[in-house]
Design a protein around this ligand. Sequence first.
Ligand code: F6R
Length: 370
Amino acid sequence: EKGGWDSFMDKEIHEDPAAVQRTLLGRFDKNGDVALDEVRIDEHDFKAIDKIIVIACGTAAYAGMVAKYAIEHWVRIPVEIELAHEFRYRDPILTPRTLVVAISQSGETMDTLMALRHAREQGSKVLAICNTQGASIPRESDAVLYTHAGPEVAVASTKAFVAQITAAYLLGLYLAQVKGAMFRDEIRHILDSLKNMPRKIQWMLDTQTKTIHQAAERMLNAQSFLFLGRHVGYPVALEGALKLKEIAYTFTEGFAAGELKHGPIALVDEGEPVVFIVPPERGRNVLHAKVLSGIEEVKARGAFIIAVAEEGDKDVERYADVVFWRPACPTLMSPLVDVVPLQLFAMDMAKLKGYDVDKPRNLAKSVTVE
Ligand code: F6R
Protein backbone atom coordinates (compact mmCIF):
# COMPACT_ATOMS: atom_id res chain seq x y z
CA GLU A 1 0.00 0.00 0.00
CA LYS A 2 3.00 2.29 0.46
CA GLY A 3 3.93 1.43 -3.12
CA GLY A 4 7.58 0.77 -2.34
CA TRP A 5 8.11 3.86 -0.16
CA ASP A 6 9.06 3.36 3.45
CA SER A 7 6.44 5.79 4.71
CA PHE A 8 3.13 7.19 3.53
CA MET A 9 4.55 10.66 3.87
CA ASP A 10 7.33 9.86 1.41
CA LYS A 11 4.82 8.33 -1.01
CA GLU A 12 2.44 11.25 -0.69
CA ILE A 13 5.12 13.92 -1.21
CA HIS A 14 6.06 12.11 -4.40
CA GLU A 15 2.40 12.34 -5.41
CA ASP A 16 2.49 16.15 -5.30
CA PRO A 17 2.76 16.44 -9.11
CA ALA A 18 -0.10 13.98 -9.64
CA ALA A 19 -2.24 15.76 -7.04
CA VAL A 20 -2.01 19.01 -9.01
CA GLN A 21 -2.49 17.23 -12.32
CA ARG A 22 -5.56 15.31 -11.21
CA THR A 23 -7.12 18.39 -9.63
CA LEU A 24 -6.87 20.16 -13.00
CA LEU A 25 -8.28 17.21 -14.91
CA GLY A 26 -11.73 17.68 -16.42
CA ARG A 27 -12.03 21.29 -15.25
CA PHE A 28 -11.94 22.85 -18.75
CA ASP A 29 -14.46 23.05 -21.57
CA LYS A 30 -13.63 22.47 -25.22
CA ASN A 31 -12.55 26.09 -25.65
CA GLY A 32 -10.06 25.75 -22.81
CA ASP A 33 -12.09 27.93 -20.43
CA VAL A 34 -12.47 26.90 -16.80
CA ALA A 35 -15.68 24.89 -16.42
CA LEU A 36 -16.64 23.98 -12.88
CA ASP A 37 -19.90 22.15 -13.66
CA GLU A 38 -19.95 20.32 -10.33
CA VAL A 39 -20.10 23.66 -8.51
CA ARG A 40 -23.82 24.12 -8.39
CA ILE A 41 -23.96 27.85 -7.69
CA ASP A 42 -25.50 29.55 -10.70
CA GLU A 43 -23.58 32.06 -12.78
CA HIS A 44 -25.80 34.91 -11.73
CA ASP A 45 -25.01 34.37 -8.04
CA PHE A 46 -21.35 33.89 -8.83
CA LYS A 47 -21.20 37.15 -10.73
CA ALA A 48 -22.58 38.96 -7.72
CA ILE A 49 -19.90 37.75 -5.31
CA ASP A 50 -18.02 40.75 -3.95
CA LYS A 51 -16.02 39.18 -1.15
CA ILE A 52 -14.54 35.82 -0.21
CA ILE A 53 -13.86 34.57 3.28
CA VAL A 54 -11.79 31.42 3.55
CA ILE A 55 -12.31 29.35 6.69
CA ALA A 56 -9.87 26.54 7.44
CA CYS A 57 -7.29 25.29 9.94
CA GLY A 58 -3.61 24.45 9.78
CA THR A 59 -2.21 23.55 6.40
CA ALA A 60 -5.56 24.15 4.69
CA ALA A 61 -5.56 27.72 6.03
CA TYR A 62 -2.09 28.29 4.59
CA ALA A 63 -3.33 27.09 1.20
CA GLY A 64 -6.10 29.70 1.57
CA MET A 65 -3.52 32.38 2.37
CA VAL A 66 -1.64 31.57 -0.83
CA ALA A 67 -4.88 31.80 -2.81
CA LYS A 68 -5.66 35.22 -1.33
CA TYR A 69 -2.69 36.78 -3.13
CA ALA A 70 -3.74 35.26 -6.44
CA ILE A 71 -7.49 35.82 -6.26
CA GLU A 72 -7.25 39.44 -5.12
CA HIS A 73 -4.83 40.11 -7.97
CA TRP A 74 -6.95 38.34 -10.59
CA VAL A 75 -10.51 39.08 -9.53
CA ARG A 76 -10.08 42.37 -7.65
CA ILE A 77 -12.36 41.41 -4.77
CA PRO A 78 -11.22 41.18 -1.16
CA VAL A 79 -10.31 37.75 0.17
CA GLU A 80 -10.00 37.22 3.91
CA ILE A 81 -8.57 34.18 5.58
CA GLU A 82 -9.82 33.24 8.96
CA LEU A 83 -8.96 30.30 11.15
CA ALA A 84 -12.26 28.46 11.46
CA HIS A 85 -12.18 28.32 15.27
CA GLU A 86 -11.77 32.10 15.45
CA PHE A 87 -14.43 32.83 12.83
CA ARG A 88 -16.93 30.69 14.67
CA TYR A 89 -16.85 32.71 17.88
CA ARG A 90 -17.00 36.23 16.61
CA ASP A 91 -19.58 38.23 14.74
CA PRO A 92 -18.28 38.14 11.14
CA ILE A 93 -19.65 40.56 8.56
CA LEU A 94 -21.34 38.42 5.95
CA THR A 95 -23.79 39.34 3.20
CA PRO A 96 -25.56 37.20 0.60
CA ARG A 97 -22.82 38.36 -1.78
CA THR A 98 -20.06 36.95 0.41
CA LEU A 99 -18.76 33.56 -0.67
CA VAL A 100 -17.41 31.54 2.22
CA VAL A 101 -14.86 28.96 1.10
CA ALA A 102 -14.23 26.12 3.53
CA ILE A 103 -10.97 24.29 2.79
CA SER A 104 -10.45 20.86 4.34
CA GLN A 105 -8.58 17.75 3.35
CA SER A 106 -10.58 15.39 5.56
CA GLY A 107 -13.88 17.21 5.33
CA GLU A 108 -14.46 16.27 8.97
CA THR A 109 -12.59 18.97 10.90
CA MET A 110 -15.06 20.02 13.58
CA ASP A 111 -13.76 23.61 13.84
CA THR A 112 -14.29 24.11 10.11
CA LEU A 113 -17.67 22.38 10.11
CA MET A 114 -18.94 24.59 12.95
CA ALA A 115 -17.65 27.71 11.16
CA LEU A 116 -19.42 26.72 7.96
CA ARG A 117 -22.70 26.23 9.83
CA HIS A 118 -22.18 29.65 11.41
CA ALA A 119 -21.77 31.19 7.93
CA ARG A 120 -24.79 29.44 6.44
CA GLU A 121 -27.01 30.43 9.35
CA GLN A 122 -26.26 34.00 8.39
CA GLY A 123 -27.27 33.51 4.78
CA SER A 124 -23.88 33.14 3.13
CA LYS A 125 -23.21 30.58 0.45
CA VAL A 126 -20.47 28.12 1.35
CA LEU A 127 -18.26 26.40 -1.17
CA ALA A 128 -16.14 23.54 0.10
CA ILE A 129 -12.71 22.67 -1.28
CA CYS A 130 -12.33 19.14 -0.01
CA ASN A 131 -10.35 15.99 -0.68
CA THR A 132 -12.78 13.45 0.75
CA GLN A 133 -15.88 12.55 -1.23
CA GLY A 134 -19.10 12.74 0.73
CA ALA A 135 -17.55 13.98 4.00
CA SER A 136 -19.52 16.22 6.38
CA ILE A 137 -18.08 19.53 5.15
CA PRO A 138 -18.92 19.02 1.46
CA ARG A 139 -22.30 17.50 2.42
CA GLU A 140 -23.29 20.61 4.36
CA SER A 141 -21.98 23.10 1.80
CA ASP A 142 -23.87 24.76 -1.05
CA ALA A 143 -21.22 23.71 -3.54
CA VAL A 144 -18.12 21.53 -3.65
CA LEU A 145 -14.91 21.63 -5.59
CA TYR A 146 -13.06 18.40 -4.91
CA THR A 147 -9.29 18.23 -4.82
CA HIS A 148 -8.33 14.95 -6.44
CA ALA A 149 -5.14 14.37 -4.46
CA GLY A 150 -6.17 10.80 -3.64
CA PRO A 151 -6.41 9.51 -0.06
CA GLU A 152 -3.91 11.13 2.29
CA VAL A 153 -2.80 8.73 5.01
CA ALA A 154 0.19 10.39 6.68
CA VAL A 155 -1.00 12.71 9.44
CA ALA A 156 1.06 15.66 8.20
CA SER A 157 -0.65 17.05 5.14
CA THR A 158 1.45 17.27 1.96
CA LYS A 159 -0.13 16.52 -1.40
CA ALA A 160 -3.47 17.91 -0.19
CA PHE A 161 -1.82 21.34 0.20
CA VAL A 162 -0.76 21.64 -3.44
CA ALA A 163 -4.13 20.28 -4.56
CA GLN A 164 -5.94 22.86 -2.38
CA ILE A 165 -3.96 25.70 -3.94
CA THR A 166 -4.72 24.33 -7.41
CA ALA A 167 -8.46 24.11 -6.70
CA ALA A 168 -8.55 27.60 -5.17
CA TYR A 169 -6.71 28.96 -8.23
CA LEU A 170 -9.25 27.32 -10.53
CA LEU A 171 -12.02 28.91 -8.49
CA GLY A 172 -10.31 32.31 -8.75
CA LEU A 173 -9.82 32.02 -12.49
CA TYR A 174 -13.40 30.86 -12.94
CA LEU A 175 -14.60 33.89 -10.98
CA ALA A 176 -12.39 36.17 -13.08
CA GLN A 177 -13.93 34.61 -16.18
CA VAL A 178 -17.54 34.92 -15.00
CA LYS A 179 -17.07 38.45 -13.72
CA GLY A 180 -15.09 39.53 -16.78
CA ALA A 181 -12.29 40.68 -14.47
CA MET A 182 -9.57 39.69 -16.95
CA PHE A 183 -9.18 39.17 -20.67
CA ARG A 184 -9.66 35.59 -21.85
CA ASP A 185 -6.07 35.56 -23.14
CA GLU A 186 -4.67 36.53 -19.77
CA ILE A 187 -6.65 33.75 -18.11
CA ARG A 188 -5.44 31.24 -20.69
CA HIS A 189 -1.88 32.33 -20.12
CA ILE A 190 -2.19 31.76 -16.36
CA LEU A 191 -3.86 28.40 -16.96
CA ASP A 192 -0.94 27.37 -19.15
CA SER A 193 1.46 28.19 -16.32
CA LEU A 194 -0.68 26.23 -13.89
CA LYS A 195 -0.76 23.22 -16.22
CA ASN A 196 3.05 23.30 -16.36
CA MET A 197 3.43 23.02 -12.61
CA PRO A 198 3.24 19.21 -12.22
CA ARG A 199 6.30 18.99 -14.48
CA LYS A 200 8.16 21.61 -12.44
CA ILE A 201 7.34 19.89 -9.14
CA GLN A 202 8.57 16.64 -10.65
CA TRP A 203 11.84 18.34 -11.61
CA MET A 204 12.27 19.48 -8.01
CA LEU A 205 11.71 15.91 -6.78
CA ASP A 206 14.04 14.45 -9.39
CA THR A 207 16.96 16.81 -8.90
CA GLN A 208 16.91 18.30 -5.38
CA THR A 209 16.19 15.34 -3.12
CA LYS A 210 19.83 14.59 -2.39
CA THR A 211 20.70 18.20 -1.50
CA ILE A 212 17.68 18.31 0.81
CA HIS A 213 18.67 15.09 2.54
CA GLN A 214 22.22 16.33 3.05
CA ALA A 215 20.93 19.59 4.49
CA ALA A 216 18.81 17.63 6.97
CA GLU A 217 21.89 15.64 8.02
CA ARG A 218 23.83 18.85 8.64
CA MET A 219 20.98 20.38 10.64
CA LEU A 220 20.25 17.42 12.84
CA ASN A 221 21.38 19.09 16.04
CA ALA A 222 19.68 22.41 15.43
CA GLN A 223 17.48 23.43 18.35
CA SER A 224 15.26 25.80 16.40
CA PHE A 225 14.57 27.17 12.93
CA LEU A 226 13.20 30.36 11.45
CA PHE A 227 11.28 30.27 8.17
CA LEU A 228 10.84 33.53 6.27
CA GLY A 229 9.06 34.54 3.10
CA ARG A 230 7.16 37.42 1.58
CA HIS A 231 3.99 37.60 -0.51
CA VAL A 232 3.05 34.02 -1.45
CA GLY A 233 6.35 32.92 0.10
CA TYR A 234 4.97 33.95 3.48
CA PRO A 235 2.31 31.22 3.80
CA VAL A 236 4.83 28.79 2.31
CA ALA A 237 7.21 29.70 5.15
CA LEU A 238 4.41 29.13 7.67
CA GLU A 239 3.65 25.75 6.14
CA GLY A 240 7.32 24.71 6.08
CA ALA A 241 7.59 25.68 9.75
CA LEU A 242 4.44 23.74 10.65
CA LYS A 243 5.76 20.57 8.98
CA LEU A 244 8.97 20.73 10.99
CA LYS A 245 7.12 21.28 14.29
CA GLU A 246 4.66 18.49 13.61
CA ILE A 247 6.92 15.66 12.66
CA ALA A 248 10.46 16.59 13.72
CA TYR A 249 9.32 18.21 17.00
CA THR A 250 11.62 21.17 16.48
CA PHE A 251 10.78 24.68 17.66
CA THR A 252 10.22 26.55 14.46
CA GLU A 253 8.82 29.97 13.81
CA GLY A 254 7.55 31.08 10.43
CA PHE A 255 6.91 34.72 9.64
CA ALA A 256 6.81 37.39 6.99
CA ALA A 257 10.37 38.36 6.07
CA GLY A 258 9.46 42.04 6.34
CA GLU A 259 8.89 41.56 10.05
CA LEU A 260 12.52 40.64 10.72
CA LYS A 261 13.56 44.15 11.64
CA HIS A 262 10.44 44.61 13.76
CA GLY A 263 11.60 42.07 16.31
CA PRO A 264 12.50 38.54 15.24
CA ILE A 265 16.01 39.50 14.14
CA ALA A 266 16.85 39.58 17.84
CA LEU A 267 16.58 35.78 17.77
CA VAL A 268 19.30 35.42 15.17
CA ASP A 269 22.59 34.34 16.58
CA GLU A 270 25.69 32.55 15.31
CA GLY A 271 24.69 29.33 13.55
CA GLU A 272 20.90 29.84 13.80
CA PRO A 273 19.33 28.10 10.81
CA VAL A 274 17.13 30.45 8.78
CA VAL A 275 15.16 29.22 5.80
CA PHE A 276 14.28 31.85 3.18
CA ILE A 277 11.75 31.49 0.39
CA VAL A 278 13.22 33.72 -2.31
CA PRO A 279 10.74 34.91 -4.93
CA PRO A 280 11.33 34.18 -8.60
CA GLU A 281 11.42 36.72 -11.42
CA ARG A 282 14.64 38.32 -10.21
CA GLY A 283 15.04 41.76 -11.72
CA ARG A 284 11.30 42.08 -12.34
CA ASN A 285 9.98 41.37 -8.88
CA VAL A 286 10.79 44.12 -6.35
CA LEU A 287 10.34 41.61 -3.55
CA HIS A 288 13.33 39.63 -4.73
CA ALA A 289 15.67 42.43 -3.64
CA LYS A 290 13.80 42.85 -0.36
CA VAL A 291 14.15 39.19 0.58
CA LEU A 292 17.78 39.30 -0.44
CA SER A 293 18.48 42.15 1.93
CA GLY A 294 16.87 40.10 4.70
CA ILE A 295 19.29 37.30 3.85
CA GLU A 296 22.24 39.71 4.02
CA GLU A 297 21.14 40.95 7.42
CA VAL A 298 20.87 37.57 9.07
CA LYS A 299 24.02 36.39 7.32
CA ALA A 300 25.89 39.31 8.90
CA ARG A 301 24.81 37.95 12.27
CA GLY A 302 26.21 34.51 11.52
CA ALA A 303 23.01 32.66 10.59
CA PHE A 304 23.12 29.42 8.61
CA ILE A 305 21.10 30.16 5.50
CA ILE A 306 18.97 27.67 3.61
CA ALA A 307 17.20 29.17 0.60
CA VAL A 308 14.58 28.03 -1.84
CA ALA A 309 15.38 30.02 -4.97
CA GLU A 310 15.14 30.04 -8.73
CA GLU A 311 17.71 28.09 -10.68
CA GLY A 312 20.58 30.34 -11.63
CA ASP A 313 19.91 32.98 -8.97
CA LYS A 314 23.49 34.20 -8.50
CA ASP A 315 22.62 36.62 -5.69
CA VAL A 316 21.29 33.82 -3.57
CA GLU A 317 24.17 31.54 -4.40
CA ARG A 318 26.54 34.14 -2.97
CA TYR A 319 24.95 34.25 0.48
CA ALA A 320 23.17 30.97 1.11
CA ASP A 321 24.88 27.98 2.71
CA VAL A 322 22.43 25.60 1.06
CA VAL A 323 20.04 26.22 -1.84
CA PHE A 324 17.08 24.12 -2.92
CA TRP A 325 16.61 25.13 -6.54
CA ARG A 326 13.24 25.68 -8.15
CA PRO A 327 12.79 25.81 -11.92
CA ALA A 328 11.70 29.17 -13.33
CA CYS A 329 7.99 29.88 -12.91
CA PRO A 330 5.73 32.89 -12.30
CA THR A 331 5.62 34.18 -8.71
CA LEU A 332 2.01 33.14 -8.11
CA MET A 333 2.82 29.57 -9.17
CA SER A 334 5.95 29.26 -7.02
CA PRO A 335 4.23 27.99 -3.82
CA LEU A 336 3.30 24.79 -5.66
CA VAL A 337 6.99 23.95 -6.05
CA ASP A 338 8.46 25.70 -3.02
CA VAL A 339 6.58 23.73 -0.42
CA VAL A 340 7.91 20.44 -1.79
CA PRO A 341 11.53 20.73 -0.55
CA LEU A 342 10.18 21.91 2.82
CA GLN A 343 8.00 18.81 3.08
CA LEU A 344 10.99 16.62 2.21
CA PHE A 345 13.28 18.48 4.61
CA ALA A 346 10.89 18.00 7.54
CA MET A 347 10.45 14.33 6.66
CA ASP A 348 14.21 13.74 6.41
CA MET A 349 14.84 15.49 9.71
CA ALA A 350 12.17 13.42 11.44
CA LYS A 351 13.43 10.15 9.96
CA LEU A 352 17.03 10.92 10.88
CA LYS A 353 15.88 11.55 14.43
CA GLY A 354 14.16 8.19 14.40
CA TYR A 355 10.56 9.40 14.55
CA ASP A 356 7.52 7.85 12.92
CA VAL A 357 6.79 10.41 10.18
CA ASP A 358 3.33 9.04 9.43
CA LYS A 359 2.04 9.17 12.98
CA PRO A 360 3.49 12.11 14.90
CA ARG A 361 2.83 12.18 18.63
CA ASN A 362 -0.29 13.96 19.93
CA LEU A 363 -1.84 14.43 16.48
CA ALA A 364 -4.77 12.86 14.67
CA LYS A 365 -5.47 12.85 10.94
CA SER A 366 -8.87 14.41 11.32
CA VAL A 367 -9.59 16.60 14.26
CA THR A 368 -13.23 15.83 14.97
CA VAL A 369 -13.44 17.69 18.25
CA GLU A 370 -13.73 21.45 18.71
C1 F6R B 1 -0.89 19.81 9.02
C2 F6R B 1 -2.18 19.18 9.28
C3 F6R B 1 -3.25 19.97 9.97
C4 F6R B 1 -4.49 20.01 9.09
C5 F6R B 1 -5.65 20.69 9.80
C6 F6R B 1 -6.87 20.79 8.89
O1 F6R B 1 0.00 18.92 8.45
O2 F6R B 1 -2.38 18.06 8.92
O3 F6R B 1 -2.82 21.28 10.25
O4 F6R B 1 -4.15 20.68 7.90
O5 F6R B 1 -5.98 19.98 10.95
O6 F6R B 1 -7.29 19.52 8.50
P1 F6R B 1 -8.33 19.34 7.31
O7 F6R B 1 -7.68 19.85 6.06
O8 F6R B 1 -8.61 17.88 7.25
O9 F6R B 1 -9.54 20.16 7.66
